[in-house]
Design a protein around this ligand. Structure first.
Ligand SMILES: NC(=O)c1ccc[n+]([C@@H]2O[C@H](COP(=O)([O-])OP(=O)(O)OC[C@H]3O[C@@H](n4cnc5c(N)ncnc54)[C@H](O)[C@@H]3O)[C@@H](O)[C@H]2O)c1
Length: 360
């Protein structure tokens, strides 16, 4: 077991990373003495996979479990579903001290986190992330969110959990495409602030893809440590946390132009490579590093070219991005593998790179 610590304005919380963590979660809940009950929120398919081991451990610890089920899919990260969760919490007589254990990927984490942060003005929240993306990214940092109409992730709270239990054994059942989504975020973390992780991924990508125990644990720990470090410096997104948007300016535009038909990981990977090409063209990023990044993204099974047919549509979305200032687009760009900076980029240069005219 390895533990990272995330600090926030009022306290800190542990991110415990290891395997077979059901007993650790149950023991931790009992030790916290938050009452005889715990509310578990997850998807039906995840209950089928993980319920027996978790329930056994929690019952062994002498706690009662109230189960709430939420259908899977981004469309259920909604105010309507949050409303149903409130009703279920109220119906099962959840009290202010009753902990809510969110077992799932980013959708469960964001939705259950939002409900926990608002129900009775906040009940204790514990994350048990089950997707690679949630383990290295969304479970750390205290952001909760639901979507509403066109407002994606725009309704939410900053609400730190009391603890995160990251069990890498749970990744064994994760579909390959979901592994890809997490891998893109892992590569992003490496480029932002962890050159050691970049080299580790270059050497071990096949074992990471197949979630081989020791290798995936090290990769998750290293990537999660980047997120933990950055959010500890900037709990409420006032500045330094902006670097986590590497690949997202162009990545979000790719998702939007494709009508969200392209997976988040693919969009972010292609967006990150495009940002690196821009940095290279601006003389900020070495050709050798650009080639290494392209190679790693490729062997990770992620796209290195922009997966959309219409670069002009892409540019139009980027220009409408909230980061546009006086005609220039603010983008996170790599300076070297393990260091990034925010720079203003001329739209013409973006047009050249997204138009496929880049020199590399
Ligand atoms: N709060 C944050 O800081 C933050 C950061 C990044 C992303 N997000 C949000 O996270 C969400 C995406 O998260 P995600 O990629 O985990 O998607 P997800 O939660 O929808 O999970 C993807 C799919 O994998 C399934 N799944 C999850 N774990 C599994 C397992 N161990 N075995 C088998 N199947 C499993 C889920 O049921 C789902 O069908 C988005 O809504 C995004 O906005 C939040």
């Amino acid at each position: 077991l390895r533990t990272l610590v995330v600090r926030h304005s009022t306290a800190e919380y542990p991110v415990v990373i290891g395997s077979a963590l059901a007993d650790s979660v149950a023991g931790w809940l009992r030790a916290k003495k938050m009452g005889p009950r715990v509310v578990l929120v997850s998807h039906p398919e995840l209950y089928e996979l993980f319920e027996p081991q978790l329930l056994t451990a929690v019952s062994k610890a002498g706690l009662e479990v109230t189960k709430i089920s939420v259908p899977s899919g981004e469309q259920h990260k909604s105010l309507e579903e949050a409303g149903l969760l409130y009703e279920a919490l109220s119906g099962s007589l959840v009290e202010r001290r009753t902990p809510l254990l969110a077992l799932g990927g980013g959708v469960i984490g964001d939705l259950a986190g939002f409900a926990a942060s608002t129900y009775m003005r906040g009940i204790p929240l514990v994350h048990m992330p089950t997707s690679l993306l949630a383990q290295v990214d969304s479970s750390i940092g205290g952001k909760t969110a639901v979507n509403h109409g066109e407002l994606k992730n725009q309704i939410g709270t900053f609400y730190p959990p009391l603890a995160v239990f990251t069990d890498i054994d749970l990744l064994k059942t994760l579909p390959q495409e979901e592994i890809g989504n997490g891998l893109a975020e892992m590569i992003k973390s490496a480029v932002i602030a962890n050159p050691k992780l970049f080299i580790f991924l270059e050497r071990n990508i096949e074992a990471v893809k197949t979630t081989e125990c020791k290798v995936i644990e090290e990769a998750v720990y290293q990537a999660a440590s980047v997120k933990a470090m950055i959010v500890s410096r900037d709990e409420k997104e006032k500045g330094p946390r902006e670097v986590l948007n590497l690949g997202h300016t162009i990545g979000h535009a790719i998702e939007s132009v494709s009508g969200f038909g392209i997976s988040h990981g693919h969009a972010i990977a292609a967006g990150m490579v495009a940002a690196a090409r821009i940095a290279y063209r601006m003389g900020m990023f070495a050709k050798r590093d650009l080639d290494r990044l392209i190679h790693l993204v490729r062997i990770a099974g992620l796209p290195v070219e922009l997966p959309v047919a219409d670069p002009l549509a892409l540019l139009a979305v980027i220009k409408h991005d909230k980061k546009v200032l006086h005609g220039a687009v603010r983008m996170v760009l790599p300076l070297r593998l393990g260091r990034v900076a925010v720079r203003a980029v001329e739209p013409l240069l973006i047009a050249e790179v997204v138009g496929g005219n880049e020199a590399t």
